[in-house]
Design a protein around this ligand. Structure first.
Ligand code: MRU
Length: 345
């Protein structure tokens, strides 16, 4: 399978795979300014926590290119404004803030004039991207160590899309799935469709098909039934932000999945790089939860599903308490959620 990279540096601009068009069309959008990068993150052309981080890192470089001021102090002040615009796109995935902060640190620590800083920002964006790809591959290896012993090939259920499209490439939860497939331990993936944006049905299923991995798409409300029937051996999902105590925010519906997994003694794992762990917050209660346009619920394509006069609530993420998580699969190994080593990310 040809590897899928959602963010590609093209020498003077960024190409993003337009994830709103998949699986019907594999097409890219050309991004040459920080404003269009911010808009692409907001509208989910690029989505998934680590991929948003990589995109924002390039957004910082594109923004630095737009600043005309030759004086270092003015340049750095204007770069803060670009950072503010990129930060305000999506609130939950901490990788966004992590990557922007890393770029601001790079800018402040690079001696010299704006040209020197611009060059350092591009190098750093490329390093963040290359580093995320390596982290995902390491997560895949570590993930293979927690696969339950079984003479049969395993069935793994996942939610949303934590694949190559959601990262620099390879994926976190889907990275574990891919490594399990390569190791000959995986028989099939069950992909929750993931209402309302359908990342599971559209993106995870597409990635599995591309990789030749057998995949069955179910609606979100079918997972309990499948577990009750003994059809699922393991759940692996990604994360958008993990608190210091191991509580993990991920796509809405993840928490419910963890509850039903526990009810059926199905191990529930989270796969995420250390860039997704926010040691500054103690528990998941502090994680900001994005609320999106209610239209995502009441409309499919051009068709309105719900009556005028109804009200809607559309949180994009929920928080799974650490107590429901068997382990957090990271690039440094697999940890009990309450024993995450507080290391530099
Ligand atoms: O709203 P999205 O599509 O950006 O949400 C993505 C998820 O919730 C993923 O599971 C998470 O970012 C992990 S991606 C490796």
């Amino acid at each position: 399978m040809a590897e899928i990279y959602p963010v590609i540096w093209e020498g003077d601009r960024v190409l993003l795979i337009d994830q709103t068009q998949l699986p019907a069309t594999l097409t890219t959008v050309s991004i040459a300014t920080s404003a269009t990068m911010a808009e692409a993150i907001k509208t989910m052309i690029v989505r998934g926590a680590p991929a948003i981080g990589v995109a924002a890192a390039y957004g910082m470089y594109l923004g630095a290119r737009e600043i005309a001021a030759p004086q270092r102090t003015v340049f750095l002040a204007e770069l803060e404004a670009i950072a503010h615009t990129l930060r305000s796109t999506r609130p939950t995935a901490v990788n966004l803030f992590w990557a922007i902060d890393r770029q601001l640190t790079t800018a402040h620590q690079t001696p010299g004039d704006p040209d020197a800083i611009r060059a350092a920002l591009l190098t750093e964006a490329q390093a963040i991207q290359a580093d995320d790809l390596q982290r995902c591959q390491a997560m895949g290896d570590h993930g293979c160590t927690i696969l339950p012993p079984s003479p049969e090939k395993l069935t793994i259920l996942t939610h949303c899309n934590a694949g190559g499209l959601a990262t620099a490439g390879y994926g976190t939860a889907v990275g574990v799935i891919r490594s399990a497939w390569t190791a000959g331990r995986l028989g099939r993936v069950f992909a929750d469709e993931t209402r309302p944006r359908l990342q599971g049905a559209k993106l995870t299923a597409w990635e599995c098909v591309q990789a030749g991995i057998p995949v069955t798409v179910i609606t979100d409300n079918m997972a309990a039934h499948c577990m009750q029937r003994g059809m699922i051996d393991l759940v692996v999902v990604g994360a958008d932000r993990i608190a210091a105590n191991g509580d993990a925010a991920n796509k809405i519906g993840t928490y419910g999945l963890a509850v039903i997994a526990q009810a059926h003694q199905v191990p529930f794992y989270v796969a995420a790089p250390f860039s997704t762990i926010d040691f500054k917050i103690a528990t998941g209660a502090e994680i900001p939860i994005e609320e999106r346009d209610p239209q995502e619920i009441y409309q499919v394509g051009e068709t309105r599903l719900c009556p005028e006069g109804a009200e809607f609530y559309n949180p994009a993420f929920d928080v799974t308490p650490a107590a429901l998580i068997a382990g957090i699969i990271t690039e440094k190994g697999v940890f009990p959620p309450d024993q995450l080593p507080q290391e530099q990310t």
